[in-house]
Design a protein around this ligand. Structure first.
Ligand SMILES: [Zn+2]
Ligand SMILES: [Zn+2]
Length: 235
């Protein structure tokens, strides 16, 4: 009976690989082929940009956050999966990415007592249009897995910016200054905060968000992303 019920549930809610999208059985998140080929960030890793030492171009540049980590590079089949998650409503993929991000947090941020995890915000109009903030979905899932409390909407995005990609880094920086703010500075002061993003290209969005947290007196700021472009600024 249990088997039948499981099969019925599986049939109603078929699972797809969170990278290549093919149908997979049971409680798995990636198909075998993708699992063997996930573009993991491994080996010696730069704490400042989150990339492997070979890919690091930041030379340990100072940021408003203390450290950044991600399980993957934004490449191959995973890149397609993340695109579906971000733009095409593949919300169930969040569980697969969050599970990997939780492992990365345990490995790279071991021993840090986070007060809470929160998300990189979206502009209200953009949120209405898309219907969900993919960074908030990831943050909530990570909270469930790790037990780190989740706080929604600590930061807000005040106004829209030109699309980040397509602008060079000089304009990107200028484009983000003062874009973010907070309605709850009392929730930020003296706190150890984990900031959640989906895909980071140059970490300038994360750095601008962190700047607001820093200005409101955050004690320590850490960033977790699902994936980073292999080269800084590479789309
Ligand atoms: Zn796959
Ligand atoms: Zn680096």
């Amino acid at each position: 009976m249990k088997k039948i019920r499981e099969w019925a549930i599986f049939s109603l809610f078929p699972r797809h690989c969170a990278a290549c999208d093919r149908l997979i059985a049971g409680d798995r998140t990636f198909c075998d082929e993708c699992l063997d080929n996930l573009p993991r960030i491994e080996g010696e890793i730069c704490a400042s940009c989150g990339r492997g030492k070979k890919e690091c171009a930041c030379k340990g540049k100072a940021n408003y956050y203390d450290s950044l980590a991600a399980p993957f590079y934004f490449e191959g089949q995973l890149r397609k999966g993340l695109h579906r998650f971000k733009f095409r409503n593949a919300i169930s993929n969040s569980k697969a990415y969050a599970a990997e991000m939780a492992v990365t947090i345990a490995e790279r941020f071991a021993g840090i007592e986070f007060d809470y995890i929160t998300e990189v915000p979206m502009r209200k109009s953009a949120l209405r249009e898309r219907g969900y903030n993919q960074c908030a979905l990831l943050a909530k899932e990570i909270s469930q897995i790790t037990g780190i409390p989740y706080k929604k909407g600590i930061l807000k995005k005040i106004y829209d910016t030109e699309k980040q990609h397509g602008l060079n880094s000089y304009f990107r920086r200028g484009n983000l200054t003062g874009v973010f703010d907070s309605d709850s500075p009392e929730e930020i002061k003296d706190k150890v905060i984990l900031l959640c993003d989906d895909i980071s290209t140059s970490a300038e969005t994360l750095n601008e968000c962190s700047k607001m947290l820093w200005l409101y007196g955050a004690k320590e700021i850490y960033c977790i992303c699902a994936a980073l472009t292999k080269k800084r600024g590479d789309n």
